[in-house]
Ligand binder design. Structure first.
Ligand code: NAD
Ligand code: TDX
Length: 341
């Protein structure tokens, strides 16, 4: 089986590539990533010489590049490639539409032309919008995205659905809650807290800090995608989440406490525009149909994650200094604009 993983140098994509190579000793992975500021080849160092993994720097919105890759023969596509940070989408929505909507459409066209056996779209619970104090997102919850990021993800999802309905393309869409774990870019809440706290810098908490996110360890997300890829019923959406809702302030206090840093580092700042109040996933369909359940509990998962960052301060330092992109310049001669970082 030859799997095309897009966005496999990012946070979840790189964890997925490592997971799949270990879990499926006969599979080959073609890993396609544009290496934006969020793509980091250092996440893939441990598989540098693994002949079952091929890395190609390419843009999913580039028709010719995708054509060349699909022509090599691909069985399954798992599309992680995306602009993924809500705050950036508020500043520059255009690149989100280009990658998350147009890039998805380019992949779908190639998948249709080359008759792949499954197209799995990695989406997010944010497409459902914001929850009130009660209730959970099910697969039937109407899409009501509130940020340019979530709107662009919803646009991609709708195209995936349409290619299934119109052309019979075998697809699945997964919608997962917030992930945490190794290799997450430190613009996202948990690695941001760790990075700033280690430097004794203030931790910005948006608004009143009482917004709620439903946290899942990244490996549990990867295991769910593996299951859906193999056993998901074509055309179906599967929500992924571990029933682990926490307020942001709880997350900040937990991480600071475990790092032995004072709560005085917490600094309440202006709220994010359009800030969704609460996300909560109902994972019943995935559990009952495919037998998935999370292995990692938050209490241990967050400790392991903090330890990972403490043990990989070189990784963090190279991300923060921008040095992680030097590999790209060396290997691909591509100019990665400093303004991207
Ligand atoms: P990330 O930003 O860490 O990684 C995204 C990767 O996509 C990067 O390596 C980047 O270089 C690549 N990329 C961006 N534009 C590209 C393009 N045009 N062509 C090819 N590659 C491109 O994101 P992540 O957190 O790993 O998220 C991966 C996917 O999972 C996204 O689709 C995101 O919407 C979804 N998701 C993320 C979370 C989360 O908590 N992080 C939760 C649910 C769903
Ligand atoms: O400095 C911060 N202070 C703060 O209070 C940052 C970066 C975030 N926050 C808040 C905003 C959110 O309520 O913390 C919460 C989590 O923020 P992010 O890490 O930016 O994640 P979120 O906006 O919830 O989106 C994430 O989960 C769903 C991913 O970035 C998305 O790609 C995914 O789809």
């Amino acid at each position: 089986m030859k799997i095309l993983v897009t966005g496999g140098a990012g946070f979840i994509g790189s964890n997925f590539v490592l997971y799949m190579l270990q879990e499926h000793p006969t599979y080959d992975i073609i890993n396609v990533d544009a290496l934006t500021y969020a793509g980091n080849l250092e996440n893939l160092k441990s598989i540098e010489s693994n002949i079952r993994h091929t890395f190609i720097q390419a843009d999913i919105a580039d028709v010719q590049q995708m054509e060349n890759i699909f022509a090599q023969g691909i069985d399954v596509v798992v599309n992680f490639a995306a602009e993924s940070h809500v705050d950036r989408s508020i500043l520059s929505p255009d690149v989100f539409v280009r990658t998350n909507v147009m890039g998805t459409q380019v992949l779908l066209d190639a998948a249709k032309k080359y008759q792949i056996t499954k197209f799995l779209q990695v989406s997010t619970d944010e497409v459902y919008g914001s929850l009130g104090p009660t209730g959970l997102f099910t697969e039937e919850t109407p899409l009501m995205p509130n940020s340019p990021y979530s709107a662009s993800k919803a646009g991609g999802d709708l195209l995936v659905r349409a290619y299934h309905e119109t052309f019979g393309l075998p697809v699945n869409i997964t919608r997962c809650s917030n992930n945490y774990g190794p290799f997450q870019f430190p613009e996202k809440l948990i690695p941001l807290i760790i990075a700033r706290a280690l430097n004794n810098e203030a931790i910005p908490v948006y608004g009143d800090g009482l917004n709620i996110r439903d946290w899942l360890y990244v490996e549990d997300h990867c295991r769910a995608i593996d299951l859906v890829m193999h056993q998901g019923r074509s055309g179906e959406v599967y929500n992924i989440g571990g029933n682990n809702e926490r307020t942001n302030i709880h997350i900040v206090e937990t991480v600071l406490e475990q790092l032995g840093k004072p709560a005085s580092l917490i600094q309440y700042v202006q709220d994010r525009l359009g800030h969704d109040r609460r996300y909560g996933i109902d994972p019943t369909k995935l559990q009952t149909e495919l037998g998935w359940k999370p292995v990692h509990h938050f209490e241990t998962g967050i400790k392991e994650t903090i330890n990972w960052y403490l043990n990989h301060q070189d990784w963090m330092a190279r991300v923060q200094s921008g040095a992680y992109q030097d590999d790209v310049k060396l290997q691909y001669g591509k100019q990665v604009g400093d303004s991207d970082v």
